[in-house]
Write a protein that binds this ligand. Structure first.
Ligand SMILES: Nc1ncnc2c1ncn2[C@@H]1O[C@H](COP(=O)(O)OP(=O)(O)OP(=O)(O)O)[C@@H](O)[C@H]1O
Ligand SMILES: [Mg+2]
Ligand SMILES: [Zn+2]
Length: 509
């Protein structure tokens, strides 16, 4: 007879429904898997055979055909083991099939019949919602993670035998109950913007960046606090919405390489800081076994590139597409995967090999050609995609010795939260979340200027020789500055402040 079992496959960070059809027919004993399985799925045969025997059932003799549909999507990993095992048991009438189609199945089987955690439990649980199923059967190690979806009842079981007994008489009280108030992930170290002395210009710039989701470059002499500032960026960003937290957790759910399941909904925005020796594959994802790269792991958070000119040119160029589109496509043999990559880029660099150019108190000893070569490592198009260029001069000994004089992160964060709330209201019917993501039509719609503002903008563009892209960036930045000021209209002073954040355009032109 033919049995049909529901399961889920993973594509990028999304799950798609997979139906597993198993047919056991008379004939010489054989087992065949069709429907674009990868090698892990093909190897499932041996695990399933052994697990079924060890759970105390006879393995059917005859010709077993296992079809995974839809046939055009690649099925990866061992997570179909459990569904295949139940397909075989039902098709060979070892168990009644009456309750099988009320549930979906996810889990790898060990030879002894224990059910081991699978990747992608959270996306599967999300995809399970709204399909009229009574529940998702998962390995115990995936129960917390899949329950985060809150879309379907989760039934965790440790062995094949336990699932057989449950399906005999499905009982909703066996459903997993998540703790109502899971403890947030707490990152041990506490850092605060108040630790950074002086640098009021850079701090204000980072506040603007955080408020509108803008990319920023910190540029200045060694020891001015660029790395310190960048590391504190998370402390002034507005918290994630539930939607954003789920996206981040889903990425963990498919990206983890150490087999650990997500214990909790992600609470903190991610901060990724790849070393400058990182390859472009580790940055944007890919490889023979395609994994999300740093740009995806930084989704909804920050990608921090310290010592920007030290990164290989090709690596930096590979950032342009994900920065523009907010997703990356990772090509592989038969298809392409798509991973989200809406991150804020925070980069840091010295302005010249010695680091002292632009520093009012120190003298730069670099030859003009060396400066050009150094800056040339960071391409113009990448610099253009960065909204704010913030100068971070070295502090004087007196400034360094003084007591902290700035605001704590919490204070700044109150303002960025308010500014984001204005943006959420503005974009409630649009597909963007923050000013930095506005399209040119949205810029026209939301960034109107008065006469004085228009003149100021034209003058800046003419005098500094700015490109159309920079022109738009200035408008987006002034929109954020106006939002921080609680102003409905963009005023000339908001635009003037925005122009002040484009110091590299002045040097480059
Ligand atoms: N503004 C500052 N306030 C307080 N401490 C500072 C500040 N700037 C630098 N420091 C001190 O100097 C150290 C180096 O700072 P940081 O690494 O942030 O500098 P940087 O600008 O990244 O330098 P480099 O260009 O060499 O990478 C910090 O660990 C801190 O102790
Ligand atoms: Mg540094
Ligand atoms: Zn120099």
């Amino acid at each position: 007879m033919l049995a049909r079992i529901h399961s889920f496959g993973i594509n990028g960070i999304d799950a798609f429904p997979v139906t597993i059809e198993v047919d056991v027919a008379r004939g010489l004993p054989s087992m065949q898997v069709v429907g674009l399985p990868d090698s892990a799925v093909r190897e499932s045969k041996e695990r399933v055979r052994s697990a079924i025997k060890n759970a105390g059932f006879d393995f059917p003799c005859g010709r077993i055909t296992i079809n995974l549909s839809p046939a055009d999507m690649k099925k990866e990993g061992p997570a179909f083991d459990l569904a295949i095992a139940f397909g075989i048991l039902a098709a060979s009438e070892k168990i009644p099939s009456s309750n099988l189609d009320r549930f979906a199945f996810l889990g790898e089987l060990s030879l002894s019949g224990t059910i081991l955690p699978a990747t992608g439990a959270l996306p599967s649980a999300i995809a399970c919602g709204g399909r009229g199923l009574q529940g998702l059967i998962v390995p115990p190690g995936n129960s917390i993670e899949s329950a985060l979806a809150d879309t379907v009842a989760i039934f965790p079981f440790g062995t094949l035998g336990e699932v057989v007994r449950f399906l005999d008489q499905p009982d909703d009280t066996a459903a997993f109950k998540a703790e109502t108030n899971p403890a947030p992930d707490i990152s041990g170290e506490t850092i605060d913007l108040i630790d950074v002395k002086g640098q009021t210009h850079a701090k204000r710039g980072l506040e603007v960046a955080a408020a509108g989701g803008h990319n920023a470059l910190l540029i200045g002499s060694p020891g001015g606090g660029k790395t310190m500032l960048a590391r504190r960026m998370l402390t002034i960003l507005p918290p994630m919405t539930r939607e954003e937290s789920l996206e981040v957790t889903r990425i963990w759910s498919v990206a983890r390489s150490n087999g650990r399941a997500a214990k909790n909904l992600a609470h903190e925005r991610p901060l990724r800081s790849p070393h400058h020796t990182a390859s472009h594959i580790s940055l944007v994802g890919g490889g023979t076994d395609p994994k999300p790269g740093e740009v995806t792991l930084a989704h909804n958070g920050i990608l921090f590139l310290d010592e920007l000119p030290e990164f290989a040119r090709r690596t930096l160029e590979s950032l342009r597409q994900p920065m523009e589109d907010h997703f990356v496509t990772v090509a592989r043999a038969a298809r392409t995967l798509r991973f989200p990559s809406r991150f804020m880029l925070i980069a840091a660099m010295n302005p010249c090999p010695c680091g002292n150019l632009m520093d009012p108190r120190r003298k730069c000893r670099c030859a003009a050609a060396d400066i050009t070569r150094y800056m040339g490592r960071v391409s113009g198009p990448l610099l253009e995609r960065i909204d704010l260029h913030l100068q971070v001069p070295a502090l004087t000994a007196r400034e360094l010795g003084s007591a902290p004089d700035g605001e704590p992160s919490a204070k700044v964060r109150e303002r960025t939260i308010k500014a984001r709330a204005r943006q959420s209201e503005r974009f409630k019917d649009e597909k963007v979340f923050a000013n930095a993501q506005m399209t040119s039509n949205q810029i026209k719609k939301y960034c109107g200027l008065d006469n004085e503002g228009r003149k100021l903008l034209h003058d800046a563009v003419d005098m500094l020789g700015l490109s159309a892209r920079v022109h738009d960036k200035l408008l987006k930045l002034s929109r954020t500055i106006a939002d921080l000021a609680g102003s409905e209209n963009i005023k000339p002073e908001h635009l003037a402040e925005a122009v002040g954040y484009r110091c590299l355009d002045k040097i480059n032109n």
